[in-house]
Design a protein. Structure first.
Length: 217
């Protein structure tokens, strides 16, 4: 994960914690919210890894039990070791595989969180995250008006908050920070939408950002 990508993701976490009157926050407040959020992420990552291990252990125990109770092993002498037996692909074992897949996804998610938390300690990442937040604070009304103006047929108050926050971060970078190529900022916004929002969000966000670039950049 690149430093700027980590900053944008941390900014999204930060924005999710902000109240409507973002103007009241100081940079020190932003930093405290980030630190608190990172601690929460670390705890979540720890829980996800433990859940993954627990699910894998349960699956192993269920397979052992299946082997022990298989007719081939039940007919063997008590002192004899079990022999491997074929596992029939029943709906029951399909569910076990689904559980294993879920465990693997949780482990991957935990690794992403761990990487993000590690990067959050870097000065470059923290400073750019605060820069996004402070620039949004200074231009909140303008940025939210752009979203409202270009979200044709949508009431900004009824948009998914996470979509609004992704747009706020991207517009802040595009119009007020101007420190990264337009394509990079938009692509990163779409990746955040794919990761955290609905299937329809990327195209919706892309349309608004295209209008922002056309009219303001």
């Amino acid at each position: 994960m690149q430093a700027r990508r980590a900053s944008r993701e941390l900014a999204l976490i930060l924005f999710s914690q902000l109240e409507k009157n973002a103007e009241k926050y100081k940079n020190e407040d932003f930093m405290q919210i980030i630190l608190k959020s990172v601690r929460t992420l670390i705890s979540s990552s720890y829980d996800e890894v433990n859940l993954c291990v627990s699910e894998l252990t349960n699956l192993k125990n269920q397979i052992i039990e299946y082997e022990n109770n298989h007719k081939e092993n039940l007919s063997r002498p008590i002192e004899a070791e079990n022999i491997p037996v074929p596992i029939i692909m029943t709906s029951d074992f399909e569910a076990k595989i689904d559980m294993l897949t879920s465990a693997a996804e949780k482990a991957t998610s935990a690794l992403d969180i761990a990487e993000l938390c590690t990067l959050s300690g870097q000065d470059e990442v923290r400073e750019y995250t605060i820069k996004i937040a402070s620039e949004y604070r200074s231009h909140k009304k303008e940025i939210d008006k752009m979203i409202s103006d270009y979200a044709f047929g949508w009431d900004i108050e009824r948009l998914f908050k996470i979509d609004k926050d992704i747009l706020r971060i991207a517009i802040t970078e595009l119009v007020f920070i101007k420190d990264a190529p337009h394509k990079v900022v938009i692509d990163e916004a779409l990746e955040l939408a794919k990761k955290y929002s609905t299937d329809d969000s990327p195209s919706f966000i892309n349309g608004i950002l295209a209008r922002v670039v056309e009219k303001h950049v």
